[in-house]
Design a protein around this ligand. Structure first.
Ligand code: COA
Length: 257
């Protein structure tokens, strides 16, 4: 299955499972994640969700570039809208969702982690929004949620340079709550989930909803603007060049249009 569900007492572990492409998020994976969230939402014995990635290297290396390479602006918009659907669902899911970031969390992978309530990272985690290297920009909520979670300056630096940030730097900027040894990460995430699961379910769910309001400030409107900018990027030559260069494993040569 593209996403695996494991139950550990009250904690549901959803593992993104395409390690051969560093858990890049295909449409099938997003659909499967939604189906698992349906199951978890309906089961009162499951109180907390932990999302992690299969394999040693990645949480998720982002949206599937293969899927986007030849996309028109309208197709790219629809794909980003699908990403928004899943990230917004996680953000408003009635149970806490923790990200156990076990390696690369790039592009859509970083945006998925940002939609979670709490992020824990292993020492090997690397965060980034490298879309500019592909001639596009973040389109799954990253422009909004990275700025809201950290600071606009840090978000702009990561987005403008496309560079990766190691776990200790992510911790300093409030992008993650804790950094753990790689081998301990999942157990520590489950332990935090178990602690939360001892608390009253309704209070936790209501608290999540209300804390989210603290950061809301027309998130919906701004996400719509992000969708449009993301789609427009697919009308540029730089998008074709950026994605071709990725698969040809060479640095891109951007023309500026
Ligand atoms: N979409 C589709 N395929 C991806 C992918 C993505 N987001 N990220 C990685 N892959 C594939 C690679 O094409 C490669 O496939 P191949 O074995 O058929 O060549 C495989 O996953 C392994 O990746 P590779 O690049 O060879 O691993 P690496 O260890 O050299 O580099 C990364 C790791 C994460 C630095 C590099 O894969 C990367 O930059 N990925 C893209 C990240 C990105 O731009 N995400 C934003 C997307 S909007």
């Amino acid at each position: 299955m593209p996403v695996e569900l494991e139950r550990r007492g009250p904690v549901a572990i959803a593992t993104l499972n395409r390690p051969e492409v560093l858990n890049a998020l295909s449409l099938e994976m997003l659909d499967e994640l939604d189906t698992l969230l349906d199951t978890i939402e309906r089961d009162p014995t499951l109180r907390v969700v932990v999302i992690t990635g299969a394999g040693e290297k990645a949480f998720s290396a982002g949206a599937d570039i293969r899927h986007m390479r030849e996309a028109s602006a309208l197709e790219a918009r629809a794909y980003a809208q699908r990403g928004h659907q899943t990230t917004s669902r996680i953000e408003s899911f009635p149970k806490p969702v923790l990200a156990a970031v076990n390696g690369y969390a790039l592009g859509g992978g970083c945006e998925l982690a940002l939609a979670c309530d709490i992020r824990l990272a292993s020492e090997t985690a690397r965060f980034g929004l490298p879309e500019v290297n592909l001639g596009i920009l973040p389109g799954w909520g990253g422009t909004q949620r990275l700025a809201r979670t950290t600071s606009s300056g840090f978000a702009k630096e990561l987005i403008f340079t496309g560079r990766m940030c190691p776990a200790d730097e992510a911790l300093r900027h409030g992008l993650v709550n804790h950094v753990h040894a790689h081998a301990e990460l999942l157990d520590r995430a489950v332990a935090l989930g178990e602690e939360i699961a001892t608390k009253p379910a309704w209070s936790i769910s209501a608290a999540k909803e209300v804390v989210n309001l603290a950061l809301d400030g027309d998130l919906r409107g701004h996400l719509a603007r992000e969708l449009d900018a993301f789609a427009l990027a697919f009308t540029t030559d730089d998008q074709r060049e950026g994605m071709a260069a990725f698969f040809e494993k060479r640095p891109p040569k951007f023309a500026g249009h």
